[in-house]
Design a protein around this ligand. Structure first.
Ligand code: ADP
Length: 447
């Protein structure tokens, strides 16, 4: 059974049960009220007749008395314990069907014979011969039954007036509610079959939960498509980038095969070039692996560390490797923060490596802090980045000048790794650069 039918069945059964319970209560209350009124009435009548038929009062003939008190739709009779009915007054023959029952006390009851309802009251009475008899007053409740029948019809009609529209409304509501879900299922099946990303068309302006569900679905599809596209782009960029060094390697290998062994200068040049390309490829693959593995960027091993000593250690090592001057400037001798030491070092190496690659003047690291944040800038006075390239330099494989990047050995991956490291720490990286004058990369991290 589908969800629409389930909701519909449940709401209908529930509503029918409520309507039935309400109708039954109304009917029962009305029945009880009217029959009790009738029983009270016949009992009062029986008592007042018994009062008048006291043995002391011999002036009145009991038969006349019974006839005088006879209700228009009833019967009065005197029942003796042994011989049954000894005196009866009734206008209609139907009452003869009611068998006389002797009771020595007061009795009030309802009796139903062949569908007809009667209210019967009996009171004890001393008869003229001194014996105890039972005076019985019976009233037909035909009018009450008619009213009850009418009430049944009214309640049935009222129930239909409630149930039919709510049944139809429930069906309509089910359709309206489940339409977006059905559309979603269809879209998902289409995505699965065709392998393309498709979004839902959201028409509902009421901004209800189903609209939000559809919206969330569309956002999820957007994200999936985005990461799918990025992955595609990544694979194509990576293979493209690896093609260049491989072509260079192939070229030098061919040269070596032809003349390398005979010409020592070709041998030397080729080995040098093959070595340089192999190193480049090794670095690029390492960086690629890092970018392709999101966990490597997001899972941090945090520890409390001193940013000043980290910068000094790294710049000392870089100074020795590059034989260049790197100066550190700090507001305080110790600036503590919570971060992943290895990743922070990697970030610093990327920024310093760029500063050294793209400048020849000394490079400067400036460290500062506020109550909640620490920041460091790597500043150089090198070639700078043109304004139009600035928004893209953090993109994967983006190089301002591809030819020059090859000379410097750049792959265009450094800054995108740097950005990921900063984001994983919940910080931000900003760049200020002027072509020909120099660049400043500032990293701000929460403590
Ligand atoms: P690469 O490995 O090529 O240096 P990056 O992602 O680190 O790749 O940098 C992207 C581009 O940004 C570089 O190709 C370079 O043109 C430019 N760039 C980065 N840092 C600097 C800098 N300090 N001075 C000038 N240009 C820079």
């Amino acid at each position: 059974m589908n969800i629409r039918n389930k909701i519909h069945l449940f709401s209908t059964v529930w509503l029918v049960m409520i309507v039935l319970a309400i109708n039954a209560s109304i009917y029962w209350l009305f029945y009880k009220q009217t029959t009790e009124q009738e029983l009270d009435r016949v009992q009062l009548q029986a008592e007042s007749i018994a009062e008048r038929l006291r043995p002391a009062d011999h002036t009145i003939n009991p038969a006349d008395m019974l006839r005088a008190f006879l209700p228009p739709n009833g019967m009065i009779r005197v029942i003796d314990e042994k011989s049954g009915s000894i005196m009866t007054a009734a206008k209609e023959a139907d009452f003869a069907d009611l068998p006389p029952q002797y009771h020595d006390g007061q009795v009030v009851r309802l009796d139903k014979r062949e569908g007809a309802l009667y209210a019967i009251a009996q009171v004890p009475l001393i008869w003229q011969d001194g014996s105890v008899v039972s005076l019985e007053v019976t009233a037909s409740l035909l009018a009450v039954q008619d009213t009850l029948n009418m009430l049944q019809v009214v309640l049935l009609l009222a129930s239909l007036v409630v149930l039919i529209p709510s049944f139809l409304a429930g069906r309509m509501l089910g359709n309206v509610m489940l339409r977006p879900i059905t559309a979603m299922i269809q879209t998902m099946e289409e995505i699965q079959k065709k392998g393309t990303f498709k979004k839902l068309v959201l028409q509902d302006q009421s901004k209800d939960e189903l609209y939000h569900l559809g919206n969330a679905f569309n956002r999820m599809i957007d994200r999936l498509q985005d990461s799918f596209d990025k992955q595609q782009q990544f694979v194509s960029d990576a293979s493209h980038e690896l093609k260049t060094p491989l072509t260079v390697l192939e070229g030098y290998a061919t040269m070596l095969k032809r003349w390398g062994l005979k010409k020592p200068e070709v041998l030397e040049e080729s080995v040098e070039a093959i070595y340089a390309e192999a190193v480049r490829m090794k670095n690029m693959t390492r960086q690629l692996l890092m970018l392709a593995n999101p966990d490597a960027q997001t899972s941090l091993t945090l520890s409390q560390l001193d940013l000043v000593s980290l910068c000094e250690e790294t710049s000392k090592w870089m100074r020795q490797t590059y034989e260049r001057h790197i100066q550190t400037e700090t507001a305080r001798s110790e600036i503590m923060l919570q971060a992943d030491e290895q990743k922070l070092k990697q970030l610093l190496v990327i920024l310093l490596d760029n500063a050294l690659k793209y400048s020849s003047a000394p490079v400067m690291i400036q460290i500062s802090e506020t109550a909640y944040e620490v920041s460091f800038s790597v500043r150089d006075e090198g070639i700078g980045v043109p304004q139009e390239d600035l928004p893209h330099i953090f993109d994967r494989f983006y190089r301002v000048d591809k030819a020059r990047a090859r000379e410097t050995g750049g792959s265009g991956l450094g800054l995108s790794i740097a950005k990921r490291i900063v984001e994983a720490h919940g910080g931000r990286i900003e760049v200020f650069s002027e072509e020909g004058k120099g660049s400043r990369f500032t990293v701000t991290l929460p403590r």
